[in-house]
Design a binder for this molecule. Structure first.
Ligand code: FES
Length: 356
């Protein structure tokens, strides 16, 4: 067995202590300064039931195999469920069912592999400890010279440095080869003008504000000071592109004391007795702005911490967003339900679309 405490480092080979299963890999030993603390060593090996009893060893093996078979079954389940319960465009329940079954199948498959591997490692694999002494990472002079020689020979045999036509055309081919991917990525952008796409939402004059997701109308008297409502338009349900339209039309509704609101003259009638509605889509890169601080009147986007001051027309007070959240002009109908006065007056979402 290799001795390796204090300065006494043996610098050769690997040994296996057959009694303790302890492996000692000794590379080029690094000198240990005198006065270094004593190596406490490793704790003694724990003898497991599977080390002593072949039947328990076999049982553990079957359990591991069972978990891996379960993983196979779960993967097949995920594929079959994906095919049998496809996503039907415009049908939100089909999206939920498809995602849920796919998630259950894939999760179970991965968890089974993980559990099986852990169980295998803990109960069946040899559990001896390895010790590896530190050694210099720089290669020896011979190794370094050999590496240089390999490169020199490779250059000589391929003619890479000599045959300039081949070398230069190869470099050119490698530089140009990613371009098809760039062209294909460009097609991911919307074909139509993005500003026009984001400027028009489902909101329109007299469209009621509805709670999301219960789709019930909201009376002005329901909106108490400090409350926050997640809101969608009443006509959203009729939209053929439900999810895309919802992603543009989502709104946050809050109530402030009218004297706390600082509004410009052209927005004087955009709020109703201190009830205000702003687009929920962050003007940075489009995350939902969903955290409201009642006392400071701040809205926080959790993605990159942009903050908007709702008492000052949602202007940006912190973070990477460059544009205030668009405001939805609102009022109430004859029954006291909140309705929109019009669509937003500017594009919702990330402001970089406006650069064009
Ligand atoms: S998306 Fe809101 S801060 Fe980046």
């Amino acid at each position: 067995m290799a001795q390796h405490d204090g300065d006494d480092l043996t610098a050769a080979g690997t040994e296996l202590d057959t009694l303790t299963h302890r492996h000692v890999s000794v590379g080029t030993a690094v000198a240990v300064p005198s006065g270094a603390f004593t190596n406490p060593g490793t704790p003694p090996d724990r003898i497991r039931a599977t080390d002593l009893d072949p039947r328990k060893d076999k049982t553990a093996e079957r359990r591991v195999g069972g978990l891996f078979l379960l993983s196979i079954a779960a993967s097949i389940f995920a594929i079959v469920a994906y095919i049998i319960f496809p996503i039907i465009p415009g049908n939100l329940s089909s999206v939920r069912l498809n995602n849920m079954l796919l998630g259950v199948g894939i999760s179970l498959a991965l968890i089974s592999i993980g559990l099986g591997s852990i169980y295998w490692a803990k109960n069946l694999m040899k559990d001896g400890e390895w010790e590896e002494h530190r050694h210099p990472t720089r290669g020896s002079e011979e190794t370094r010279a050999a590496a240089v020689e390999v490169f020199r020979l490779g250059n000589e045999e391929s003619g890479f440095g000599r045959r300039t036509l081949i070398r230069n055309s190869l470099i050119g081919a490698l530089v140009v080869s990613p371009l098809p991917a760039v062209v294909m990525f460009r097609d991911l952008a919307p074909a139509a003008d993005p500003v026009a796409l984001l400027k028009k939402t489902v909101w329109d004059k007299n469209v009621r504000l509805m709670r999301d997701p219960s789709n019930t109308p909201i009376k002005a008297s329901d909106v108490t000071l400090g409350s926050v409502f997640h809101v969608i338009p009443e006509t959203l349900a009729d939209s053929p592109d439900f999810l895309e339209e919802k992603a543009k039309a989502a709104v946050l509704l809050m109530r402030l004391k009218p004297e706390d609101l600082h509004v410009s003259p052209e927005r004087k009638d955009w709020n109703y007795q201190g009830i205000i509605a702003y687009s929920k889509i962050c003007t940075h890169v489009g995350c939902p702005v969903a955290l409201a601080e009642q006392h400071t009147h701040h809205l926080l986007c959790p993605c990159h911490q942009s903050q908007f001051d709702i008492s000052h027309e949602a202007k940006v007070i912190f973070g990477p967003a460059k544009r205030p959240l668009p405001q939805l002009p609102i009022t109430v109908d004859a029954e006291g339900y909140l309705i929109a006065r019009s669509d937003f007056h500017e594009p919702v979402g990330p402001s970089f679309w406006e650069r064009s």
